[in-house]
Design a protein around this ligand. Structure first.
Ligand code: TUI
Length: 307
């Protein structure tokens, strides 16, 4: 399936891996890229030097192109923005904010810039500032989310911009890819399914929690202070939601989740840790290699789109 996105990024399949905090490290990024998609290293809250080392390790694992996601709420975002230029990264996606202030730096370095947006307004603004494409991410996604669903956001963003649109949020198989194309997308970004890939370094407890998840097992915490996060329900989300109802302050709530994603991903604490995952978790039933996942999804999508 050739689209403006596959041509722009020099990839075989129109599949981009989400730049997931703590999860999207060099092994996963390299595996997705080697399988013909675009792997991403998630900058998350990591210092520039850590991201630089991840980039170098991914380069050792694959000759295929891969990108970096710059998480704009990170205290190290400025630092990571420079590292991607110094390391010769060709594709940058951004999340959780507006990347305007880095556009000139990245564009002049010849980097393809693909902001993740959750609204038409930001998509239009990004196009004006020279973005090469946008990821329109619906609130079915795991992690930090916006308000609109993928079904409503993707066609509205498509109508508002001329640059290619990449759909994200709730996509985990070939049906989701085919549906995204019907909505006007020219590629998809997939996160949750890749979390349970064989190459993913997340703790086995985390993978099994996703595999066992049912359709309505996610919860959104943090709506009260404007930073909603979707993850699988557990002791932590129950406590968090209770404290939000009681009107607890942002600081008290933050304290509950300090280091909680790392604890879930690395230590497998899926009860008190944060198990970020999208609503598609209920459909994910097995651990496979990234190549198996991509080949299976593409065969299904191509068959559907030919009908
Ligand atoms: O960024 C994500 N997903 C994420 S980032 C993350 S790490 C984190 N940890 C704790 C707190 C916050 C983040 C986990 N998951 N997805 C892309 C995304 N971007 N979704 C929504 C947005 C977004 C929302 C509002 C982008 C821009 C925006 O407004 C920017 C503006 O200034 O208008």
């Amino acid at each position: 399936m050739e689209t403006r996105v596959t041509k722009m990024l020099g990839i075989e399949h129109p599949i981009i891996q989400g730049g997931m905090a703590w999860v999207a490290e060099h092994n996963l990024a390299a595996a997705v890229s080697a399988a013909g998609g675009l792997g991403l290293i998630g900058g998350a809250n990591a210092p520039g030097q850590v991201v630089r080392e991840e980039i170098r390790k991914a380069k050792e694992l694959t000759d295929k192109p891969f990108g970096v996601n710059v998480m704009l709420m990170s205290p190290y975002a400025d630092d990571v923005a420079k590292v991607v230029v110094e390391e010769g990264i060709k594709v940058v996606t951004t999340g959780a904010g507006n990347p305007e202030k880095y556009m000139e730096l990245w564009k002049s370095a010849g980097i393809k810039v693909i902001p993740v947006v959750a609204s038409v307004a930001l998509a239009k603004r990004m196009e004006k500032y020279g973005a090469d494409a946008v990821v329109a991410e619906g609130c079915e996604s795991g992690g930090h989310i916006g308000e609109a669903t993928t079904m409503t956001l993707v066609p509205q963003v498509k109508d508002a911009v001329s640059i290619p649109v990449i759909a994200a949020g709730g996509i985990g198989d070939g049906r989701g890819i085919a549906a995204s194309f019907m909505l006007g997308a020219e590629a998809v970004q997939i996160g949750t399914r890749f979390v349970v890939s064989k190459e993913s370094i997340v703790h086995e407890n985390y993978k099994q929690r996703i595999i066992k998840a049912k359709d309505i097992d996610t919860a959104v915490t943090g709506r009260s202070h404007g930073h909603p996060i979707r993850g699988l329900r557990n002791k932590m989300t129950r406590e968090y939601l209770k404290m939000e109802q009681e009107g607890k302050s942002f600081e008290e709530l933050e304290y509950l989740t300090l280091g909680s994603l790392r604890r879930a991903v690395q230590e497998g604490d899926i009860q008190e840790g944060t198990v970020m995952a999208g609503q598609i978790a209920g459909m994910i039933s097995q651990e496979q290699t990234c190549k198996e996942m991509i080949d299976e999804m593409m065969a299904q999508a191509e068959a559907l789109l030919k009908q």
